[in-house]
Ligand binder design. Structure first.
Ligand SMILES: [Zn+2]
Length: 107
């Protein structure tokens, strides 16, 4: 079972207490975007076997959205952090690189 620590309230919640928000760090486009950019934003999602960055909501806790870095194959969690940041924190990136030397980055 997947267990994530909410970065706001510190509770280690299993996935039944959380609501999925799917992929994190999506680039949003404004009204001047091309149809291709908007289509990619709306529908194109990564589905990696390995390191993935996701949005989660502590639905049955504090109710706040946060981001998590985890491995989709092993459920290893590299860390969680507030949803208001634009990029993953450096300590989480370093932890992933240490555990997955062949990882290509999150973009
Ligand atoms: Zn919480």
């Amino acid at each position: 079972m997947l267990t994530l620590e909410c970065p706001y309230c510190g509770v280690k919640a299993d996935e039944t207490e959380l609501g999925p928000g799917y992929e994190a760090h999506l680039k949003r486009f404004g009204p001047d975007a091309s149809p291709e950019e908007f289509e990619a934003y709306m529908f194109a999602r990564k589905n990696p076997k390995g390191v993935h960055f996701e949005r989660w909501r502590h639905a049955y806790g504090c109710g706040k959205w946060f981001l998590a870095a985890r491995c989709t194959a092993t459920l290893e969690v590299f860390g969680t952090y507030p949803a208001q940041v634009g990029e993953p924190p450096a300590d989480i990136i370093e932890k992933i690189k240490a555990r997955r030397p062949d990882w290509k980055g999150y973009k």
